[in-house]
Ligand binder design. Structure first.
Ligand SMILES: Nc1ncnc2c1ncn2[C@@H]1O[C@H](COP(=O)(O)OP(=O)(O)OP(=O)(O)O)[C@@H](O)[C@H]1O
Ligand SMILES: [Mg+2]
Length: 365
């Protein structure tokens, strides 16, 4: 650099020495010798002062700023120890340096996040179109076959119409799940918290799905250690959907044995669990089953009509209740899904009503 600290110090020292000797020469009786000494002294002092100031305070820090810019150009966004300490420094140049690096790090993170989001969006679109194609093509195939003549045969007609209807039902539930997920994610769906009896809710879920389980030769049991109502403070409809999803999965992914829905009350919380004796989930997939469209065994899930959205919805709903969904699973032994809800309040009247409802439900069985 032509304009470095040495050159600046030299120019300033010459100017100061010149001005000093010029002023001194105006004083009467000053010898040439003392003018020379004064000039040399002021030159040396100014040179040293300016050089040290520039070299150690200004140019060094500007050099550091260049280094940081170079570092960022090479996509290195790590903080060195001195850069970490700079936030508390009184030197403004050091602070500017750190600000530049922090700014670069933040921008870089934003770019990375956007990139990830873009990949996620592309994968999501590909998954959605793939999942939509399956039922649409199936229904289209059945309807075209009917139009091509199969409609005349009464037996074939009924079978094909039934299959087309099933495909359209699948399409309907897929679109419904997608809408629910996107509404929860954008915060369009607000949770409606109320005090209700979770035992009654679980009983209703079991009643709704018992037939399905029986068809596979499975039994659904309700944990009998809590025969009394357990009031929780949560969104009743969404918790009902969560239990329907968990129990449906338990039925879907269990070939023999039983499914158990139960509760464990701990202080002011109740843990709700759904256990099965099914195929279980490999440990490496445990974290991924809550992702949209993730299925452990795509072919098996497809047979049972799964799209991999159920647990993504469950996770969102449970998290909207400030809780986590937990899963413990052993391959070929079974799985246990659980989550916690806060205990709610109840009046004597509500308790009485819930007890009556439970009694009526068990009489109906
Ligand atoms: N109880 C369970 N036992 C074994 N595997 C399970 C169980 N519950 C979920 N899984 C695995 O996790 C995957 C994701 O579950 P999820 O409920 O999200 O999707 P799905 O049941 O395939 O489809 P959907 O619920 O959208 O109809 C399933 O495909 C299955 O592989
Ligand atoms: Mg499911």
């Amino acid at each position: 650099m032509l304009f470095n600290s040495r050159v600046v110090a030299l120019i300033l020292a010459i100017v100061v020495a010149g001005v000093t000797t010029a002023f001194l020469s105006l004083v009467p009786d000053v010898t040439v010798q003392s003018l020379l000494v004064a000039g040399l002294l002021s030159f040396a002092a100014t040179y040293l002062l300016v050089f040290v100031t520039f070299e150690f305070l200004v140019f060094k820090e500007i050099g550091e700023i260049y280094k940081v810019l170079n570092k960022m150009r090479n996509k290195d966004f790590s903080f060195t120890e001195s850069e970490e300490d700079a936030s508390t420094s009184t030197n403004p140049l050091k602070r500017i340096n750190r600000e530049i690096l922090t700014f670069g790090v933040n921008r870089n993170k934003e770019i990375e996040d956007l990139r990830k989001l873009e990949v996620f969006r592309r994968e999501f679109l590909a998954d959605v179109s793939h999942e939509l194609k399956t039922p649409v093509f199936a229904a289209q195939g059945f309807v075209h076959t009917l139009l091509d003549g199969a409609v005349d045969d009464k037996k074939v007609r009924k079978r094909f119409l039934k299959r087309a209807a099933k495909s359209l039902d699948n399409l309907d539930s897929l679109i419904h799940d997608l809408l629910t997920l996107s509404q929860i994610e954008t915060g369009e769906i607000k949770m409606h918290f109320e005090h209700f009896d979770i035992v009654v809710t679980a009983r209703e879920v079991i009643d709704q799905l018992e037939n399905k389980a029986e068809k596979k030769g499975l039994t659904i049991r309700m944990d009998t250690s809590y025969p009394d109502p357990i009031f929780v403070h949560a969104d009743a409809i969404r918790i009902y959907r969560v239990l329907v999803n968990l129990v449906s999965n338990a039925i879907k992914y269990t070939d023999k044995g039983s499914i158990q829905v139960g509760f464990e009350v701990e202080d002011d919380m109740v843990q709700v669990f759904v256990r099965d004796t099914g195929v279980g989930i490999p440990p490496e997939d445990l974290d991924r089953i809550f992702e949209r469209f993730f299925r452990v065994d795509k072919s098996r899930s497809k047979e049972s009509g799964g799209t991999g959205l159920g647990l993504a919805i469950v996770k969102h709903v449970v998290e909207a209740h400030n809780a986590n969904i937990n899963v413990v699973s052993t391959v070929n032994e079974g799985s246990n899904f659980s989550f916690k809800l806060p205990i709610g309040q109840s009046t004597a009247e509500m308790e009485e009503e819930a007890k009556l409802e439970l009694e009526m439900m068990s009489q109906d069985r």
